[in-house]
Design a protein around this ligand. Sequence first.
Ligand SMILES: Nc1ncnc2c1ncn2[C@@H]1O[C@H](COP(=O)(O)OP(=O)(O)O)[C@@H](O)[C@H]1O
Ligand SMILES: [Mg+2]
Length: 229
Amino acid sequence: MNNEVVRLENLRKVYGSGETEVVALADANMILHEGEVSAVLGPSGSGKTTMLMCLGCIVMPTAGKIFIRGEEIYETGGWKKRDLRRLRREKMGFIFQAHNLVPFLSVLENVVIASELVGTPRKEAETKAMELLDYLEVAHRAGNFPATISGGEAQRVAIARALVHGPSLILADEPTAALDTDRGKKVVALLKNLAKKRGVGVIVVTHDVRMVEGFDRVYHMKDGSILDE
Ligand SMILES: Nc1ncnc2c1ncn2[C@@H]1O[C@H](COP(=O)(O)OP(=O)(O)O)[C@@H](O)[C@H]1O
Ligand SMILES: [Mg+2]
């Protein structure tokens, strides 16, 4: 119980109502432990993104419970924790399909800013950012603006940005979609390494079967339900 990073209990999300109603999450249950990298594999439309958004306190579930590090943050009827923004900023790292880099900041600044937001001094933030950019093979782009780098490079910068402040939970939505197989595997290896070294919990959702080797657990998602491993 103590080393649980995430617990979802009977999570349900229904978009719309009446004829346009879509049940995106039917009754999803999942547990993620410290140091574990889990993959949630499922076809497009199975509810993967919705689940991550609920976990990230971005989308409000319709019913169910969410616990993060043993603390209940959602129970049918509402968020239990007041400061969701702070929870997101300090404890979570998001890697989304659309990389959302800030266009008027350099690659380095895009990464540094995530670290400064949680109070890391500039110099230290820069050192950490360069280390990650180097590991992800985009250090040579540090001074570039996002519009002048490739999609795959931008995705790796976004990954560095999600990791730089040392989150305890990393939520990754199809993080390898824009990468070739080798780079994709490298990203998975990096996430795994972080999980083991720092006790971070990592959830990667993907429809890409090629990427699932190397995960501690693979959950399958279908029509809004998480089936067993
Ligand atoms: N904001 C929304 N409003 C209405 N329906 C949505 C919304 N977001 C997702 N859906 C629907 O919910 C289902 C699950 O979508 P999603 O969570 O994006 O799945 P996945 O990430 O596995 O492709 C789909 O049928 C999708 O069309
Ligand atoms: Mg999705």
